[in-house]
Design a protein around this ligand. Structure first.
Ligand code: NAI
Length: 506
């Protein structure tokens, strides 16, 4: 297949421009780098050359390949030098007026059929195109940092973009070794929109005093398989980037409660405690190494009372088997004996509500999160209610830790930690499908490649069951009275009918 674009211009030789220039030259295109800052293009060409030299030293590229890549990289002294290019990628400062001015100048220079794209991550493609003479050849081409390693690119059609231009951009993405996904021009496109559930919900849990940062990170890593906990991720991205993304998407969706920002990140940002790059974020860093607070020890308990499991517990037979395996004395009566530890496993409801509604003695009631099958997790999470006695809490902790699996004890919360975060991620993704931001398949691909989640959000919903996720959301809505947990119609229909969330047709 011939190259979709043989002459490519990159405007803005910063972090993103360099990365895009590198992969475009590797694909075989002639690449021109232009930057208004003097010496920036030369510095970028030098840096890309050094990257190739290093790959050669590691044996990943041959000397011939490196030499040929280098011949395809050029510095442009002015916009005029870009007149022969058939693709121009803009990766300059994120300011709409400056971007619009650049495209207005470019349209005077390039051929009428040249394709022009912006790498914006937060501005509307349609808004940048407004005022262009030929908006049909303009699109968003959103890469991720670092470009050569993050192998996904969002191809965004503005209101007037030609489908043929998007097709050509997708073909070119593949020629550069990237996976293209198609997105509608909506706030955050796919990846930054789908990514709202994880950190935002985790911040709310901290804000409610349910658990601390490190505990939430441990739970989500161990129960769901995220590589990084949400607070580790915030520290890596840094709050001077992520807080603005959260705020921008919230505002662009006219204060949609699902995307509501949190005062925690606003305050930390104001205080300069933004993340790893300054040595302190949610964690402290000593010589770049994250300092993780020690996990609370398992209490030493002399006597573990008999246990009684609520008939309404989620995954009840699995929970009973687990308790048996852990050597618990299980009561089988209609109600617990006066000394029994009562175990509930709600979906979405808090332990307090279950204890009150089901008339359990709250002092002896402890909850366990059974959304995720116990055999599929590396951690168990139990929750107390405000009346739980310390001896009952410690007994439950010691019992569930008997086989060595770590146990986190959190305060009472509708939906524990995993249920809340997973349900929020699945709900936002479902709503993106409902809005037709992209196809379910592209959503899964974009999130797995762009956010490195262990699986796409819809696959996550399927794994834990759309009906269980729906139950979590409905019940959380009752506990919190917050429209944030309102289930998306996409999820409601599929959950009700028993369809996979990946099922596209209605
Ligand atoms: P950067 O600050 O590293 O580089 C921007 C470059 O553009 C600078 O070298 C600057 O001198 C140059 N520049 C500014 N105005 C110019 C103009 N009028 N004409 C030519 N050159 C000009 O910025 P970065 O991080 O590379 O971001 C660039 C774009 O990519 C922004 O729109 C940003 O939102 C987007 N983006 C950034 C990501 C990131 O993680 N850094 C991820 C995805 C998109």
């Amino acid at each position: 297949m011939t190259l979709a674009f043989s002459q490519v211009a990159i405007i803005g030789a910063g972090a993103m421009g360099r990365g895009i220039a590198q992969i475009a030259a590797q694909a075989g295109s002639q690449v021109w780098l232009f930057d208004t800052q003097s010496g920036a293009s030369a510095k970028a060409c030098e840096a890309i050359g050094q990257t190739w030299d290093k790959l050669q030293e590691k044996g990943k590229l041959s000397p011939e390949t490196v030499a040929s890549h280098k011949t395809r990289l050029h510095k442009a002294a002015s916009l005029q030098d870009l007149c022969g290019c058939d693709l121009v990628v803009e990766a300059i400062v994120e300011k709409i007026d400056i971007k619009k001015a650049v495209f207005a100048d470019l349209e005077k220079v390039v051929a009428q059929d040249a394709v022009l794209v912006t790498n914006t991550s937060s501005l509307s493609v349609t808004a940048i195109a407004a005022g262009m003479q030929h908006p049909q050849r303009f699109a968003g081409y959103h890469f991720f940092n670092p470009v050569p390693l993050m192998k996904v690119v969002e191809v965004i059609a503005g209101l007037k973009t030609d489908a043929a231009a998007c097709q050509r951009l997708s073909d070119y993405a593949r020629q550069m070794g990237h996976t293209p996904v198609q997105a509608q021009d909506t706030p955050g496109f796919i990846v930054n929109h789908a990514g709202r559930g994880y950190g935002t919900e985790a911040l709310r849990i901290v804000g409610e005093g349910i658990a601390d940062f490190a505990t939430i990170d441990r739970i989500l890593r161990d129960q769901v398989g995220f590589k990084l906990g949400p607070f580790e991720l915030f520290d890596l991205t840094a709050l001077d980037v992520s807080h603005h993304v959260i705020e921008s998407i919230y505002r662009q969706y006219y204060d949609e409660p699902r995307y509501r920002p949190n005062v925690i990140t606003a305050q930390r940002l104001a205080g300069g405690v933004v993340g790893k790059k300054v040595g302190e974020g949610f964690y402290k860093y000593v010589d770049g190494v994250q300092q993780v607070p020690a996990e609370p020890p398992v209490p030493v308990v002399e006597h573990i009372p008999p246990v009684w499991v609520s008939p309404r517990a989620a995954r009840r037979s699995e929970l009973l088997q687990l308790l048996k395996d852990l050597g618990a004395k299980i009561e089988t009566g209609q109600s617990p004996s006066p000394e029994a530890l009562t175990i509930v496993a709600p979906l979405g409801f808090d332990v307090t509500t279950v204890a009150v509604v089901d008339r359990h003695d709250p002092a002896r009631t402890v909850g366990i999160d059974m959304l995720v099958p116990d055999s599929a997790t590396k951690r168990r999470v139990i929750a107390t209610n405000p009346a739980t006695r310390a001896d009952m809490r410690d007994a439950a902790h010691a019992l569930f830790a008997r086989d060595g699996k770590p146990v986190s004890v959190i305060r009472d919360s509708g939906g524990f930690v995993t249920q809340r975060v997973v349900a929020t991620i699945v709900n936002i993704a479902s709503d993106m499908c409902q809005q037709r931001v992209c196809t379910p398949q592209d959503l899964e691909t974009a999130v797995t490649l762009g956010l490195a989640y262990p699986m796409g959000p819809l696959a996550m919903g399927n794994r834990f069951g759309p009906d269980s996720i729906l139950e979590v959301l409905f019940n959380m809505q009752t506990v919190y009275g917050d429209p944030r947990y309102r289930p998306s119609p996409w999820l409601r229909r599929r959950g009700a009918i028993g369809l996979s969330l990946m099922h596209e047709e209605e």
